[in-house]
Design a protein around this ligand. Structure first.
Ligand code: RUQ
Ligand code: CUA
Length: 654
């Protein structure tokens, strides 16, 4: 007990420490090390473009925000695991199925780690993947439309945190469970956690053509907490590394009970071996209920399919599938350098950073030099796999990124700084304070073979006095440093949406040339689309009414509707007939219990209106689309439920 109190005091002290304190010619080119001052380096003149896109997780907002670097300007907030009134995401009939899960409609999640798709180990700018922690899900955002187009739920997982990271050719998006649970879920005493709860690591394949995701297999693991992960690359392509904590397998007072072991593990998973085992029929299908939601760009509509089984490989039974690398002490970040040789484990409670060598790991495996096992999984000897140690670099290390020039950058939460150190010599070469308590950091392309090593973005948990106060809650923030020279230079603070965890960055020209401008009307296969005003109509089926409506500058067709009755369910299916870039129209209906719809050129969206009161009710365009935007309006006449007034609709008849 004495020991416990001692530890608690130590943590309280740590807590105190924390709380004090292709138009490429248009793209801004950095001024380099001789640039005169910080303001100039982040200034992107009016009409010019930023050099990089940064996709910053929204944490508990369930969203992904899109910023430009170096300016820190916000371009878009992409709803992923959220309902968003601005985009009608999760409100319109087309996107509601995207938020379906085995627990029903869940319009929220905690999104942590975006990662950009790769080809040959280099970010290719096709998709961004991001995890939902809370109700475990992985989402895919299409970077032609900057919209979420697929969400797959992860069964046998809880606190889907060591996710979502892609392999070198986006063969897989990989997701690991943070919390171990009974697999399959069942009613059992919590106190029997040890040995009975299990972890799972999920491998979701990505179709190289259309990006379609499929949960290919899961690996059943001991009941540890799987915190973060990164893929091998280069020589270590085919492996995946996961940091673990709570190798004590405690279920209560974790801050103490999961901090007992001197070393936890980095689990090295040989996924090519997993594929061999699957071919040899060593996987077992087990029942598992999870939703797979896909947005179809042709029909502009999402569908949700409930799946009922998953292929499971048991790491305890399949030799060579997983090895455990001892790593001090409750490691958080698990980062792999651009060459694929070094695996960096950031022990939150350790004074040192531990770097493992992939080559040494293979040699130790080859020589079968094991130091015992955990549930049948061999443990390698710490000394045998160790490449080096960065000694006493700071307090509370969390995450590491790489600049592609032989340097690594690690965040320290407690001492609130980014520390730059050299791969191979392990010496610290620079450090810069963060304001305050930095979590993740991001170098564009940082999780790849070829980082763009110009900037590092630190994402901070606490801002205190850095911005104008906004009541008890102040914004969280990112800080941009120039790392093109020997010394890091702080350039900019900018506020973020929600709580930023990880971010992913890419050179702008790779993405912008693919950006979609309009939806072509002739390709619109929405079942309720109408492509000319002549085809617009209103159809009654019992108390369900379908309005086939169009919008174009500056009117709706039809704009007068009569014959609607109290108690009807009225679906407005609205097609924007514009075929010009950046000419959306909106529509909103008084009393409608949804969001307004912002409809892109050539797109069809649907909202439901259930009129409760007799009267003549207006609707209008919500997006200032033309000089006569204010004239873009209409009326619906609602009669009593008993009315026999027939349906009629018109445009321009006085
Ligand atoms: S976490 S601040 Cu959710 Cu990636 Cu480390
Ligand atoms: Cu259409 Cu305003």
């Amino acid at each position: 007990m004495k020991k416990i109190i001692h530890l608690i005091t130590a943590f309280a002290f740590l807590g105190m420490l924390i709380s004090c304190g292709n138009n490429s010619q248009n793209i801004k080119k950095k001024q380099g090390a001789l640039g005169s001052n910080a303001a100039e380096k982040v200034y992107v003149a009016p009409g010019e473009y930023d050099e990089y896109y940064a996709f910053i997780s929204g944490g508990f907002s369930g969203q992904l925000s899109v910023y430009g670097l170096p300016s820190g300007r916000l371009f878009k907030v992409i709803p992923v695991f959220s309902q968003d009134a601005e985009k009608a995401w999760g409100y319109n009939e087309e996107t509601k199925p995207m938020l379906n899960t085995s627990h029903g409609f869940v319009p929220w999640d905690d999104a942590h780690h975006p990662d950009i798709s790769q080809t040959n180990g280099v970010v290719d700018g096709r998709w961004v993947f991001i995890n939902g922690n809370n109700t475990p899900r992985i989402a895919k955002i299409d970077l032609t439309t900057f919209e979420t187009t697929e969400i797959i739920e992860i069964p046998n997982s809880a606190g889907n945190h060591s996710s979502s990271f892609v392999t070198e050719n986006t063969e897989y998006v990989v997701a690991g469970t943070r919390f171990s649970v009974p697999i399959p879920q069942r009613d059992m005493p919590i106190k029997e956690y040890k040995g009975n709860f299990k972890g799972s690591l999920s491998f979701i394949s990505v179709d190289p053509e259309d990006g379609g995701m499929d949960l290919k297999f899961q690996i059943m693991m001991p009941g540890f907490d799987y915190d973060l992960a990164h893929p091998g690359r280069g020589a270590s392509h085919g492996w995946f590394f996961f940091s673990t904590y709570n190798t004590e397998e405690a279920s209560t007072l974790m801050e103490v009970n999961a901090s007992q072991n001197d070393k936890d593990f980095i689990a090295a998973v040989n996924w090519k071996k997993a594929e061999e085992y699957i071919k040899a029929g060593k996987g077992k299908m087990m029942p598992a209920k999870y939703a797979h939601n896909v947005y179809n760009e042709k029909t502009h509509t999402a569908t949700s399919t409930m799946k009922d089984e998953v292929l499971m490989l048991d790491a305890s039974e399949l030799p060579g599938l997983v090895y455990l690398l001892p790593t001090p002490k409750s490691p958080h970040g698990c980062d792999v350098d651009p060459s694929g040789e070094y695996i960096v484990g950031n022990g939150k409670l350790s004074a040192n950073l531990t770097i493992h060598s992939f080559t040494k790991m293979l040699a130790a495996i080859e020589a079968k030099k094991f130091d015992g096992e955990a549930y049948g999984i061999p443990i390698l000897k710490f000394e045998d796999v160790l490449a080096g140690v960065v000694d006493q670099a700071g307090l509370g290390p969390l995450h590491t990124e790489f600049d592609g020039k032989g340097n690594a950058y690690t965040t320290f939460f407690i001492s609130s700084e980014v520390v730059k150190w050299k791969l191979g010599t392990w010496e610290v070469v620079d450090r810069q304070p963060c304001y305050y308590s930095v979590g993740h950091l991001m170098i564009p392309g940082g999780n790849s073979r070829e980082p763009f090593g110009d900037y590092v973005l630190a994402m901070n948990k606490i801002t205190k006095d850095r911005y104008l106060p906004t009541g008890p809650e102040v914004t969280q923030s990112a800080q941009l440093y120039d790392i093109s020279g020997d010394k890091m230079e702080l350039l900019l603070d900018f506020p973020t949406i929600g709580e930023p965890h990880y971010a992913a960055g890419i050179r702008a020209d790779i993405v912008m040339k693919n950006s979609k401008k309009i939806y072509k009307l002739e390709e619109n296969e929405h079942p309720f689309a109408v492509k000319t005003e002549a085809d617009t109509k209103v159809v009654r089926d019992g108390n369900v009414v379908h309005v086939y409506m169009t919008m174009i500058r500056s009117h709706f067709a039809p704009d007068n509707i009569e014959g609607i009755k109290v108690g009807d369910k009225v679906y407005f299916h609205v097609t924007n007939l514009e075929q010009d870039y950046d000419v959306p129209h909106g529509i909103s209906m008084i009393g409608a219990n949804t969001s307004e719809l912002l409809i892109m050129p050539g797109q069809t969206e649907t909202f439901l209106w259930e009129p409760k009161q007799v009267g003549v009710w207006p609707f209008y365009c919500t997006d200032f689309c033309s000089a006569l935007h204010q004239e873009m309006q209409g009326y619906v006449r609602v009669s009593p439920a008993s009315s026999t007034l027939p349906l009629s609709w018109s445009l321009g008849e006085d």
